[in-house]
Design a protein around this ligand. Sequence first.
Ligand code: UD1
Length: 422
Amino acid sequence: MDKLVIEGGVPLVGSIEISGSKNAALPLLMAAILIDDEVTFTSVPDLRDIRTSVMLLDLLGCPGSFAPEQGVVVRRAAELRPEAPYELVKTMRASVLCLGPLLARLGQARVAMPGGCAIGARPVDLHLSALEKMGARFELEDGYILGRCRRLHGARIHFDFPTVGGTENVMMAAALAEGETVLENAAREPEIVELAQFLRSCGARIEGEDSGIIHIQGVPLLHGCTHAVMPDRIEAGTFMVAAGITGGELLLRNCPWDELETVIGKLEQMGMSLTPTPEGVLARCNPDRPLSCVDVVTRPYPGFPTDMQAQIMALMCLAEGSGIITENIFENRFMHVQELVRLGADIRLSGHTAVVRGVRRLNGAPVMASDLRASASLVLAGLAARGTTTVQRIYHLDRGYSRIEAKLNAVGARIRREKDED
Ligand code: UD1
């Protein structure tokens, strides 16, 4: 197991290239199951979850290959197989996104139940009840979701909560279903829009993907295409915070701007300056204005993303005043709080809110990463802390950030990757 050893206190200055989006790429790769042809994805981030997805596609009968420069090529399936084994699903919850495509193509699927994870129970009941409305039947057998159907048919589906994964799973299934599917209270995240655009390039008939009400007219067959994955808005937001927390100045190339509107708004409210330029987004602090705490409430897009909650908390730890962070999406997404406190932060937790009082400085210490974005917040805090911070269990970080220490070291950070003896 690897750990990161961070010598903090250096302002980061320079430019960083934002990679392709993990959360956009994973559903796109699963959508390849729907397509009776070769598909190529470019700008794919070099992450463990991507390699796991390619492995899963292989097991499902869609032979794929990944190379960091070329991206992912998924060749036409000779024969699809219905089983997504637990060994893969347990390492990557997004594997459950093969359920809708398998049912649509094969009329059956056997997908391991993803189970809970560090940030909460994360059930898939909304995925299943929506697919049932389209004609699928499910049983739970030995920890596996067993799904069967004849050809899926269109349906009117109202999500009780605008679930991102649920919307993706059902949109993919509906692309090949018979007749029209209408998804109400659907998620509107940019990754949903990206998936709809990709499916349209393959011949799908989808409208309204950015409106919360998605109309999908099923077609009998989808054809292949080449698709470039959008830049990662969460990686970009994380590096914006890296500039702010170290008092540095970073030019973020290939940085999405519109998709980060709420995050940028909050960082500006805290006192950071974010400027779009032809080369990228320039992120820095205002020399004449110290950062101050703000209140943050996570909500579905276009609200403040839960995937940026831990990072903005790290920034608030060293800002003036106090602020309240309310986590509305996942019930257990404050695992980073106790670790930030170990570095000297002043944070009080009560249910799904955290009150952060800014302190003058953080001091390096050994800390433990518990999930992907929690790990990012600990790296950010370590970059600003005095002395040495050791972040253990960074395999979480490697699932979502491509070459993070190389990117940060290139702009002045002092981070080493070491083998952890524990
Ligand atoms: C996706 C993202 C994740 C992000 C999240 C919210 C990927 C691979 N992951 O996760 O990074 O944090 O969106 O923006 O893109 N829920 C149910 N029943 C369901 C489905 C969801 O109760 O059937 C609940 C979940 O437990 C959670 C909330 O709804 O509390 C949001 O989940 P959802 O939007 O589905 O998130 P994911 O797709 O898992």
